[in-house]
Design a protein around this ligand. Sequence first.
Ligand code: URA
Length: 262
Amino acid sequence: MSLSREQMLVEMGISPIWVLRDSSPPASAPEAVPEAEAITATAATPQITEAPTAPAQPQAHQPRPPATAVDALDWPALARQVAECRACPLCEQRKQAVLGVGDTSPEWLFIGEGPGAEEDVKGEPFVGQAGKLLDNMLASLDIARGNRVYIANAVKCRPPGNRTPEAAEMAACWPYLERQIALLKPRVIVLLGKAAVHAVLHDDKALASLRGKRFEFAGIPVVVTYHPAYLLRNLPDKAKAWEDLLFARRTLREQMTPELPF
Ligand code: URA
């Protein structure tokens, strides 16, 4: 089914207030865009937590190979290692690990929190209701899953009951996401919600205070917006998410425009 631009904005709940503009910045952005804020993120030290009551299991959590080893993996080896990972308790209840989906030479990388129940079954990120909204957000930017965009999560295994992943779980999974970023080399990274912000920028400030700013990870610009699941519960904030996407698109276009020699 192909939706018109107007229908997409309606679907995102932001029509008729927000209309697509060209790449020039809005005359009066509701939120100031401060100067670039560089954050040097370092791989957090993974903390391996023992399963509290697990019966003796020879396959219980095993330390993941050090980040330096993950650093050297190509896509097939990375996918294999993630599929077999037992580095944190999330492996106990997953049906499968969910690596990510999309174009492996993307312009855009969207990072969410972690797989939910449907993602756990299908092995693909963002396939439930939040995923439908994310797809509509992508469509409003003229991109689609698999084309110029890759979608990943802060953790690859479903947190039980769809709870937020814990810091130790995100730390255990971080080398995989870090390796994905290195292999993908996106032009812009969009962090969807607080867990993704914690995983990539190690920042736990209120999400609202991070919007509209340009962060950086490994030389790649990073912008922050609300998680689609949050937007489904807070419809008025969809307009803010749309602003954030336009900001991300401007950031991307700046990246793509070669600098003139004068
Ligand atoms: N929410 C996420 O953050 N990621 C998914 O893959 C699905 C829902």
